[in-house]
Write a protein that binds this ligand. Structure first.
Ligand SMILES: NC(=O)c1ccc[n+]([C@@H]2O[C@H](COP(=O)([O-])OP(=O)(O)OC[C@H]3O[C@@H](n4cnc5c(N)ncnc54)[C@H](OP(=O)(O)O)[C@@H]3O)[C@@H](O)[C@H]2O)c1
Length: 208
């Protein structure tokens, strides 16, 4: 088990980050969590990255969380985060990545800086499963389209976090770690990128 929580945008103001994390710990019945992320950058950057990440680092120092990181951070936000707490403190940037949104600019920057990426919504909430190319590759390996999408992400070194409420889906998703896609498979999936973002609320940052 690896437990992650995130701090919502309402709780990024001065003195709010640690109480928000304590509340999450209480609700989870834990004294310490594995990873705490800033869920989104402050809308319109009203609150500086250095302010809330500094507080999150203090939470780590107090032993409330083993690691800290960010989510939905753009390259510009990552640069600010690196300046604020140092790249070695940023365990991950959790962002939307799947075959229809491959996020190449951000991925290149994160790799260059050595920041680990977590691919959220790796099935684009089901959209990826309907792609004929994914279905063809799945049939050729005798696996499901979801397993192909997850293997594609895993093979690029991302932490991959599909959600599933059905037991069979959970088991199939775990088994995707055993699937090895060929270079031809990977190249065919690369061509599916069309910048199709699913999680894009009004307060989202200006994406790369
Ligand atoms: N940081 C952020 O801002 C952010 C934003 C969005 C999401 N996330 C995180 O990303 C994770 C996943 O996101 P998500 O749930 O929105 O999207 P997702 O994982 O892309 O899609 C989940 C959907 O796919 C189905 N599914 C899962 N495994 C399957 C399989 N093997 N075969 C067929 N269908 C399958 C699920 O159905 P069943 O439930 O019926 O199994 C569910 O309908 C969550 O942990 C979420 O917290 C983070």
């Amino acid at each position: 088990m690896f437990v992650t929580t995130k701090v919502w945008t309402d709780n990024l103001g001065s003195g709010q980050v640690i109480p928000s994390l304590r509340e999450s710990l209480q609700r989870l019945g834990l004294e310490r969590i594995d990873l705490t992320l800033i869920h989104w950058p402050s809308p319109n950057d009203e609150i500086h990255v250095a302010q809330y990440l500094g507080e999150l680092l203090e939470a780590k120092r107090q032993g409330l969380t083993a690691a800290i990181g960010v989510s939905n951070f753009t390259i510009a936000h990552l640069r600010e985060a690196i300046d604020a707490v140092g790249v070695e403190e940023i365990a991950t940037n959790q962002v939307e990545i799947h075959p229809l949104l491959q996020n190449r600019k951000l991925v290149a920057f994160a790799r260059q800086q050595g920041i680990h990426l977590t691919a959220y919504m790796p099935l684009a909430y089901g959209k990826v499963l309907a792609e004929p190319v994914i279905q063809r590759i799945a049939a050729s390996h005798g696996v499901s389209p979801a397993q192909v999408a997850l293997a594609w992400s895993l093979q690029q070194g991302y932490a991959v976090i599909p959600s599933a409420t059905k037991r069979d889906n959970l088991a199939a998703n775990l088994a995707a770690a055993e699937l090895r896609l060929s270079t031809e498979d990977m190249t065919a999936i690369e061509a599916l990128d069309r910048g199709e973002r699913v999680a894009n609320p009004g307060f989202a940052p200006r994406w790369d």
